[in-house]
Design a protein around this ligand. Structure first.
Ligand code: SF4
Length: 358
């Protein structure tokens, strides 16, 4: 009999056997920083054994799968430019976990739980504080808020990873949203189809189909994540009539070269997944070792434009560090002032994003 996804979640790897890395993991837990957890499935995508893998001089694994999963001492280094809330979500929260930053969209942080804790996560400081799924009272607040704000056309179900909750729990949440509006678009943001594909079952798809309009956005960073089993599961969403998009974070040492990104986006398109966003890294505390300097990100995107078709090319964007929202690149760049890029938002306001050293 096939193992249940819940059991795979319970069996996640949460510690490392060598003393140095095990000490680091305990230090992260003690500091209430992002813990370590990875599924067997995720670790099996790597070319090396996670216990003995090669690491660079900052302690980051060289393998792109392991680099996204295994903690490194570089996470303990914070720069003055970084923040624990890099998108400034707290200033747009009418209630805890509910973010209303753009007039037509609401974001819901359902949980701080994930099958895989990605070391580059921009919500890495929030997740340990929000481990449990939202309470019924938060759900009711969301439904009431949607009823009172008819201008909201879309709800982003995010986290953490919402798919860590049961089908029944998600169905209850979606029922509340449908009660507030039959045409509200539900955008389901998840990484579990790539970190724990067994989560995607025919029963789950049967449930989701009942809540259309609903679209799925998957976080995918490297072609190695596109395994046969993942492709099969992605096909189930498409067969159910649920559009699937991808978002990718530009990550140093993981995907910051044209070959990897061209391969990723062209393969996604052929699977039937729309490459939606490529993100310049957010200024999240402890993630400096993953960020690619903006100048190199812009040059890389220029190269992608030459090599990819319109269907294959995602939008390149950055979240303004002061909470002004998503800005498209290179369109929003108006110039440089010393070590900062000056970016113009659609409302004409100007924002700064640093040029960091490589
Ligand atoms: S799955 Fe998403 S929310 Fe969870 S750690 Fe990864 S990036 Fe962050």
């Amino acid at each position: 009999m096939q193992e249940s996804w819940q059991n795979e979640m319970r069996r996640r790897i949460t510690d490392l056997t060598d003393e140095q890395n095990s000490k680091l993991i305990h230090e992260l837990v003690q500091k209430n920083a992002l813990p370590f957890a990875a599924t067997d499935y995720w670790l099996s995508l790597a070319d090396e054994d996670y216990r003995t893998c090669k690491r660079d001089d900052r302690g980051v694994p060289l393998d792109p799968i392991l680099a996204q999963a295994l903690p490194s001492p570089a996470e303990l280094e914070f720069s003055a430019l970084e923040s624990i809330d890099p998108l400034n979500e707290s200033t747009h929260s009418p209630y805890p976990r509910i973010v209303h930053q753009y007039p037509s969209r609401i974001l819901l942080r359902t949980t701080g739980e994930c099958a895989l804790f990605c070391r580059h996560c921009f919500r890495r400081s929030l997740l340990p504080q929000e481990r449990g799924f939202i309470s019924e009272s938060t759900e009711n607040k969301l439904t009431d808020y949607l009823k009172a704000h008819q201008e909201v056309r879309e709800v982003l179900i995010s986290g953490g990873d919402p798919l860590t909750a049961s089908d029944a729990r998600l169905a209850k949440l979606f029922t509340g949203i449908r009660e507030a509006g039959a045409n509200i678009l539900i955008r389901l943001c998840t990484r579990m189809p790539v970190s724990l594909p067994s989560r995607v079952s025919p029963e789950f798809l049967g449930m989701l189909k009942g809540f259309k309009p609903l679209q799925v956005v998957l976080h995918i960073n490297h072609p190695k994540e596109l395994s046969d089993v993942f492709i099969e599961k992605a096909g189930l969403f498409l067969e159910a009539g649920l559009p699937v998009h991808s978002q990718t974070v530009l990550l140093r040492g993981i995907n910051d070269n044209p070959e990897t990104l061209v391969s990723l986006f062209s393969r996604l398109t052929r699977i039937g997944i729309d490459p939606y966003y490529l993100f310049q890294g957010d200024l999240a505390a402890g993630t400096g070792h993953f960020r690619v300097p903006m100048s190199r990100g812009l040059a890389l995107y220029e190269e992608l434009r030459k090599q990819l078709s319109g269907l294959e090319l995602p939008r390149f964007a950055v979240d303004a560090p002061d909470g002004a929202g998503k800005l498209y690149l290179p369109e929003s760049v108006v110039g440089r002032e010393g070590d900062f890029w000056i970016l113009r938002a659609p409302d004409g306001s100007l924002h700064r994003y640093p040029e960091e050293t490589d």
